[in-house]
Design a protein around this ligand. Structure first.
Ligand code: PMP
Ligand code: GLN
Length: 395
């Protein structure tokens, strides 16, 4: 194994999915829907596949099929307060994973510091490490106790956050709605981050794959729309999450040419282009959805309406079972404190939540994710009393 990869061998999705299959467990771990995508998106792909035009079946333009980048530009323009140039300010990639990877590789020099807010989607840390960057962690901390709390109760300490920025800081990776907590950052919290980015000339990667899934009047705000932030933000999105087709693995990043062109240099040499039929089908799907925005038939807004009762149903079941759920304001995951459940866990040096999850899979045939995977070594204890459920699969 190449030296730069040492320390990144373990992957929580691979491990838990394998255990779930081995024990024939119900899998509320890895997040993906168990229902079909909106009919029109699947129909579009069928039509594209049946279409005899050679251009729909050959390599697409490296940075993204023109029809798709135009649709993304149009979709994001109202939220950004500007029209991103489809040909220079958008890059289509293999999922949000590809977008994150290319952006991080394209911007980081060895020794650059990257601030990561905990709990974080686990791939940020190895991606930064492999690029030669130094991850610097700052945790969201719970500010309330109780049987039922909210992801809004998890907050950054402004002084602690500010103390992480210095002349070596190159990037901050920001994720709203957050995975695994479901926190939807509000304008005040985002303004704090934006002011620090501007003061220290730091670039913000804003992972917004759950942008359409917010509940209880929580509004998704694009940090790139804040004053002075467009020129320093790369916004990451995912067709897999937007259209409930995670297996299509199509994502994008949007930002100023000076930043997107760096991600494109990585992309053109390791991926080059994403599958053309999928890009065309997603483009057609987005075009239709843009025409439906604000109308009852909009999939983008109806998805959250569909998810809300699932969220509340899972929360109720967890309370009944003696757990203490943190109700998410967005996304499709829920963290819950399980420590009222008394179990004799084996005494190993693995994190307590991982040992509890192993017990749950083996004895209760239920797979969930241990949130310590979303923390640095230094802060793992902050996640150890919780487990993460994916509620998009709950009825
Ligand atoms: N970011 C976050 C926060 C995620 O939860 C995921 C998982 N879908 C990704 C990025 C990766 O998305 P994709 O499947 O489009 O690569
Ligand atoms: N984003 C999804 C989750 O958090 C899937 C993760 C993955 O596929 N690696 O469960």
């Amino acid at each position: 194994l190449a030296k730069k990869l040492v320390g990144t061998e373990k992957n929580i999705w691979v491990d838990i999915s394998k255990m779930a299959v081995a024990h024939n467990a119900t899998n509320l771990g890895q997040g993906f829907p168990d229902f079909m995508a909106p009919g029109h998106v699947v129909e579009s792909l069928k039509e594209v596949v049946a279409d005899q035009s050679p251009s729909l079946h050959q390599y697409a333009r490296s940075a993204g099929l023109p029809r798709l980048v135009q649709a993304i530009s149009k979709l994001y323009a109202p939220q950004l307060g500007r029209v991103p140039n489809p040909l220079t300010e958008i890059l289509v990639n293999v999922g949000a994973y590809g977008s994150l990877y290319c952006t991080i590789q394209g911007l980081i020099n060895p020794g650059d510091e990257v601030i990561i807010i905990e709990p974080f989607f686990d791939c940020y840390q190895p991606m930064v490490k492999v690029a030669g960057g130094v991850p610097v962690f700052v945790p969201l901390r719970p500010t309330k106790e109780g049987t039922v709390t909210s992801s809004a109760d998890w907050k950054l300490d402004p002084a602690e956050l500010a103390s992480k920025f210095n002349s070596k800081t190159k990037l901050i990776i920001f994720n709203t709605p957050n995975n695994p907590l479901g926190k939807v950052f509000n304008l005040e919290e985002m303004t704090e981050i934006a002011e620090l980015c501007k003061k220290h000339d730091v670039v913000c990667i804003s992972d917004e794959v759950y942008e359409w899934m917010t509940y209880d009047n929580n509004k998704h705000i694009k940090i790139a729309s804040l004053p002075g932030m467009w020129e320093r933000t790369v916004t990451v999105g995912s067709a897999g999450k937007t259209f409930s087709v995670t297996g299509w693995k199509l994502g994008w990043c949007v930002g100023p040419e000076a930043l997107i062109s760096c991600a494109q240099v990585v992309h053109q040499n390791c991926i080059y282009t994403s599958p053309t039929p999928l890009q065309e089908a997603v483009a057609r799907g987005l075009e239709l959805e843009i025409s439906r925005l604000g109308k009852p038939e909009s999939y983008l807004t109806s998805l959250a309406e569909e998810l809300l009762p699932k969220r509340d149903n899972l929360a109720k079941q967890l309370v009944d079972a003696g757990l203490k759920p943190v109700i998410p304001e967005g996304g499709y995951f829920m963290m819950a404190d399980y420590t009222n459940i008394e179990v004799d866990l084996p005494d190993t040096d693995e994190a307590k939540d991982l040992r509890f999850v192993q017990w749950l899979i083996e004895n209760k045939k239920l797979a969930v994710i241990p949130p310590s995977a979303f923390y640095s070594d230094e802060h793992k204890h902050l996640g150890e009393n919780f487990i993460r459920f994916c509620f998009i699969k709950v009825s």
